[in-house]
Write a protein that binds this ligand. Structure first.
Ligand code: NAP
Length: 245
């Protein structure tokens, strides 16, 4: 039996498990299973690997995307630059880390906007934002990083409100904060909504609900929007490809 799985904490509802079990069935992929390994401490990682010699691949979610790195033998180059792992391939006794959020975001952005990707604002500075910013760098897209906290290389939501040229000159706005996710759907990042217009594009990494409050604000002004569903599916497919390479 080929084994795959997800490590993280907590693992209430898992997109990955549902996705891979449906994929195994739909594509008649035999002899594979996908298990959830809910581990609060990353020290339990090696035990999982040792107790499951048939384990070939793991997805990694909050809070272990960085903490798992010292337990791995090698990192894929993009993953190394991002400093966060969300996919591990176990092969010939080696554990290799990848970042499929990076792959999924890059592919989905390209599918959406082609080669005409405008300058961007990236809201939030967590793990997902690092994958997004590495993808933008590799696609040679200019971007500014927006945080609640002032810091080097960062602008704040107050800066956006004070200087309308920032939103005007960065028509693509990428939300990497969890704001707007079900069940707290009535909140959004505090960008100055009155500055949105039909030339803006919102890419919200949130995928539940399908239209977040931020996306709705942009649609109301005639702008274009995309949610995180394609990225989610593309990152899962990227993991499957890696596990079978
Ligand atoms: N579609 C996909 O495939 C996909 C993949 C990965 C992640 N995601 C989604 O992306 C989101 C972020 O994931 P993550 O792992 O990067 O989370 P995270 O590490 O918790 O980081 C989120 C960042 O958002 C900002 N933030 C958090 N709470 C906020 C608040 N109340 N108000 C304003 N800003 C806030 C923070 O940046 P500052 O402190 O700098 O403001 C924080 O660093 C999640 O909703 C996740 O589900 C989607």
């Amino acid at each position: 039996m080929r084994k795959f799985g997800l490590i993280g904490y907590p693992l209430g509802h898992s997109f990955s498990k549902k996705y891979f079990e449906a994929k195994f069935e739909k594509e008649d992929i035999q002899n594979c299973r996908f298990d959830l390994h809910q581990i609060a401490e990353i020290s339990a990682f090696e035990k999982i690997v040792n107790e499951n010699p048939e384990l070939e691949g793991l997805s990694v979610t909050i809070p272990h995307k960085q903490a798992v790195i010292p337990f791995l033998d090698r990192l894929d180059p993009a993953c190394e630059k991002i400093g966060a792992v969300n996919c591990i391939h176990i092969k010939n006794g080696l554990k290799i880390g990848y970042n499929t959020d990076y792959i999924g975001f890059k592919q989905s952005l390209h599918q959406w906007l082609g080669n005409q990707i405008p300058s961007a604002l990236v809201l939030g500075t967590g793990g997902a934002s690092r994958a997004v910013k590495q993808a933008l760098t590799d696609l040679e897209v200019d971007f500014l990083s927006v945080s609640r906290n002032p810091g080097s290389g960062l602008i704040t939501y107050e800066d956006l409100a004070k200087d309308p040229s920032l939103m005007e000159n960065h028509p693509l706005i990428i939300n990497t904060t969890p704001l707007g996710t079900f069940p707290k759907t009535n909140v959004m990042a505090e960008i100055p909504v009155s500055q949105l217009h039909s030339g803006h594009f919102i890419y919200d990494l949130v995928y539940n609900p399908a239209i977040t409050r931020l996306m709705k604000a942009c649609l109301d002004q005639g702008g274009k929007v995309k949610n995180g569903q394609d990225m989610l599916e593309l990152q899962a497919e990227a993991a499957w490809k890696i596990w079978n390479s």
